[in-house]
Design a protein around this ligand. Structure first.
Ligand code: PMP
Length: 352
């Protein structure tokens, strides 16, 4: 090792899902929405005043914050926006997890959590999911420096009922508890009603899945004004202008069109439930997902064989090699009905 290398912050980064650039593939590997963004988003993009791009955007992204606050029936000082939920979660880790005690999260979960913990030198202690891949509430009763988990969890898709979430939140009032609700719009129960009761609760949301705007990068946190204020202070010590003008304008249109949002999420939920029947009839086993993806395994065909065979057909899904317990599973995002029909036509041939 060179002398200067000793002073380098060396990290093992998060590995995002593949983003193949060919257009003719069926992309079911990163939980994107198969439907286009709301019509108002398309219109706002078309009529954008390009001259505005000479200027810096509003650093507080106030109009977007206001639209999000109105949508949830909250005050604007309860909302923190950022460049996807990855950005707002990183800021929350940096701001909230500073006790020196280990933070807790599941051993099978969003694989960015341990990357941020390592990056910010936050100790952590992963809690194993039970034999049914469920988060065990009792594992979150020990002393800790904070708690984070997704609801529904990823990549299992399993949702935790609100009473169990409240149990964890109410038993950990000396630390910040973050519920990552990236997939909540596809059927889980949100922790939003708990916000009025608990000032140490943060909820993370994203426009990437249910609002078809993964490419625009918009995410947000909801919490009490004091806590949100601390997170703002960290953000303004890092980069004032995280939200670009286009993201602000398009985000407002996306959150205003509730009818379109509900129609899209409903279609995805229906396709997911239909896909469960198809997987079942082909002999697959899967967890009871309330997200826009299914986590599936087949008793007679290994995930390591299915994954490249699908890819050869131009169908991209996600395979996690670690931890070992999920090595034989594939995470398959819910596409359009047509895309899923193509997937099942392939599986029928493959399995027979
Ligand atoms: N949380 C979870 C659980 C996720 O699966 C993802 C998607 N990779 C994110 C957060 C981040 O999504 P985004 O940054 O696109 O909002």
């Amino acid at each position: 090792m060179k002398a200067w290398e000793k002073n380098i912050r060396s990290v093992i980064p998060y590995v995002p899902g593949e983003q193949p650039q060919q257009s003719e593939i069926i992309k079911l590997n990163t939980n994107e929405n198969p439907y286009p963004p709301a019509p108002g988003v398309v219109e706002a993009l078309r009529s954008m005043d390009v001259d505005l791009l000479r200027r810096y955007p509003d650093p507080s992204a106030h109009d977007l914050v206001k639209a999000i606050a109105e949508y949830h029936g909250l005050q604007t000082d309860q909302v923190f926006v950022g460049v996807g939920s990855d950005d707002v979660l990183a800021m929350a880790f940096l701001t909230c997890f500073n006790s020196g005690k280990p933070i807790l999260f599941p051993d099978i979960t969003y694989s960015f959590y341990d990357v941020w913990a390592n990056l910010f030198r936050i100790p952590y202690d992963k809690q194993p999911l039970d034999e049914d891949f469920l988060i065990r509430s009792k594992d979150y009763q020990k002393e800790n420096g904070g708690i984070i988990f997704p609801n529904p969890n990823a990549p299992t898709g399993i949702a935790k009922p609100l009473d169990e979430i409240e149990e964890i939140v109410s038993q950990n009032q000396n630390v910040i508890v973050i519920i990552d609700e990236a997939y909540i719009d596809f059927g889980g129960e949100s922790a939003l009603p708990l916000l009025a009761k608990y000032d140490h609760l943060l909820i993370a949301r994203t426009f990437s899945k249910s609002r078809s705007l993964a490419g625009m990068r918009i995410g947000y946190l909801l919490g009490n004004p004091e806590l949100i204020g601390y997170i703002h202070n960290c953000k303004y010590s890092f980069n004032s202008y995280t939200m670009n003008q286009t993201a602000i304008d398009l985000g407002i249109e996306a959150i205003r069109d509730d009818a379109y949002f509900l129609a899209c999420t409903q279609k995805i939920i229906e396709t997911r439930e239909w896909a469960k029947e198809q997987f079942r009839s082909l002999g697959f086993e899967f967890l009871d997902s309330k997200a826009n993806f299914l986590f599936v395994t087949h008793p007679n065909h290994s995930a390591e064989d299915i994954f490249p065979a699908l890819k050869k057909e131009g169908i991209f899904v996600r395979h996690f090699k670690n931890p070992k317990r999920i090595r034989n599973y594939l995470r398959i995002s819910i596409g359009t009905r047509d895309e899923m029909e193509t997937l099942f036509a392939f599986f029928k041939r493959f399995i027979s």
